[in-house]
Design a protein around this ligand. Structure first.
Ligand code: DAH
Length: 348
C-alpha cells in the first residue's frame, strides 16, 4: 500500500516536471496521454485496483484522483498559455501596417477618340438623329459609284485607296454610309443619321494616318435647305470646339453634293488673329459639306423633285487633336499608355 502511494506521488512529480518543461501544445498533450490517457501510467493504477485489498481501494483511488485533478489543472493552464502564445504570434505575424502606402491600382481611361465620338453622338442624338454603322470593307459601288463618282472619275484620285479586289476596298470615306442609308430605307422616308467610323487611305505622316476616323451626317427631307445645314454645323462646331467660334463656308467641290462647301472655323487658338496653328490665316478647315446632289438622291431611290438633303463629313482625329492639343495623329493609334494615361485625368 505504501509502495503504491509513493508510486503515485512519483508518477505525479514526474508528470508535473514534464508538464512544466513542455514547450508547446503538442508536447503538453503527449504528457497528458502518457499519464492520463486510456493507457496512461496513472490510469493503469486505477485499472489494476482489482488486485488490491478492498479497504485499500478507496485510499488508492482517492490518491490517483487527487493526482489526476492536480495534473489536469496544470495541463489546462498550460494549454491556455500555449493558445495565448499562438494567438499572439498570429496577430503579430498578420499585422497590417495601415500607414504603409498602398500599391497603386492602375485604371484604364477612355481613349480620346472615343471621347470625341461619344460627344458627337450625344449631341446629334439630342437633335433627333440616329447613329448608324456601315462596313469598313466596302464595295466600289457604295464608296464611289452611288455617290456620283463613276469609275474613272478624276475626283477618285483624291482618295488613293486600299483595294482588296477590283470591287472591294477599305472605305476611304464614311460617305459610303450615305448611299447605304438611302438604299436601306425601303419606304424612301426622311433620313436623319450620323455615322462615326474608321476610314482608310494611303497616307502616313504627322497629320495623316493610313487609318483614321470620320463622322458622316446625312439629312433628307422635304424642304431641306442650306440654312438647315448652316444652323446644324454651327451647333456642331461650337459644341465641339468653342461657343464663340465663327464659321466660314467656302465654295468647294465634292461629287456627291451641289453646291459643296468646305467649312472653316475661326482659329480657337488665337481667336482669328493668326498663329502657327491656323498658319497665320485666322481660319482652320474642319468640314466638308453640301446639298445632296440630285444624282445621288436619284441613284439611291429618292425622288429629287420631292426631297432635298444636306450632308457633311469631318475627321474625328482632327477634332480630337484640336480639342486636346495633340500634335501627331499617329499617337491616336499607337496605344502607348504614356500617351493614353494622360486622359484619365478627365475622368476625375
Ligand atoms: N467624304 C468627304 C471626305 O472624306 C467629306 C465630305 C464632304 C462628306 C462633303 C460629305 C460632304 O458628306 O457632303 O473628304
Amino acid at each position: 500500500m505504501e509502495e503504491k502511494i509513493s508510486e503515485i506521488s512519483r508518477l505525479k512529480d514526474l508528470a508535473v516536471s514534464e508538464i512544466q518543461s513542455a514547450t508547446n501544445a503538442k508536447e503538453l498533450d503527449e504528457v497528458r496521454v502518457k499519464y492520463l490517457g486510456k493507457k496512461g501510467e496513472l490510469t493503469s493504477i486505477l485499472r489494476s485496483m482489482g488486485s488490491l485489498a478492498p479497504e485499500e481501494r478507496p485510499v488508492i483511488g482517492g490518491k490517483v484522483n487527487e493526482a489526476r485533478d492536480e495534473l489536469e489543472v496544470l495541463i489546462k493552464s498550460g494549454e491556455e498559455k500555449f493558445a495565448k502564445q499562438e494567438l499572439e504570434r498570429k496577430l503579430k505575424e498578420e499585422t497590417i501596417d495601415i500607414t504603409l502606402p498602398s500599391t497603386k491600382v492602375k485604371r484604364g481611361s477612355k481613349h480620346p477618340l472615343n471621347r470625341i465620338i461619344e460627344e458627337v453622338e450625344d449631341l446629334f442624338v439630342s437633335m433627333g438623329y440616329d447613329v448608324v454603322a456601315g462596313p469598313e470593307l466596302e464595295t466600289d459601288e457604295y464608296c464611289f459609284e452611288r455617290l456620283n463618282l463613276p469609275k474613272g472619275h478624276p475626283a477618285r484620285d483624291m482618295q488613293d485607296s486600299f483595294y482588296i479586289t477590283s470591287e472591294y476596298l477599305l472605305r476611304t470615306q464614311t460617305s459610303a454610309v450615305q448611299a447605304r442609308a438611302m438604299m436601306d430605307n425601303e419606304e424612301k422616308a426622311p433620313i436623319r443619321i450620323i455615322c462615326p467610323g474608321k476610314t482608310y487611305r494611303r497616307d502616313d505622316d504627322a497629320t495623316h494616318s493610313h487609318q483614321f476616323s470620320q463622322v458622316e451626317g446625312l439629312v433628307i427631307d422635304k424642304n431641306i435647305s442650306l440654312a438647315d445645314l448652316k444652323g446644324t454645323l454651327e451647333v456642331f462646331v461650337r459644341k465641339m470646339l468653342g461657343e464663340n467660334l465663327q464659321l466660314r463656308f467656302r465654295p468647294s467641290y465634292f461629287p456627291f453634293t451641289e453646291p459643296s462647301y468646305e467649312v472653316d472655323v475661326s482659329c480657337f487658338k488665337c481667336g482669328g488673329k493668326g498663329c502657327n496653328l491656323c498658319k497665320q490665316t485666322g481660319w482652320i478647315e474642319v468640314l466638308g459639306s453640301g446639298i445632296v446632289h440630285p444624282n445621288v438622291l436619284k441613284m439611291n431611290g429618292y425622288n429629287p423633285d420631292k426631297y432635298t438633303g444636306f450632308a457633311f463629313g469631318t475627321g474625328l482625329d482632327r477634332l480630337a487633336m484640336f480639342k486636346y492639343g495633340i500634335t501627331d495623329i499617329r499617337l491616336l493609334y499607337q496605344n502607348d499608355v504614356r500617351f493614353l494615361s494622360q486622359f484619365d485625368r478627365l475622368d476625375r
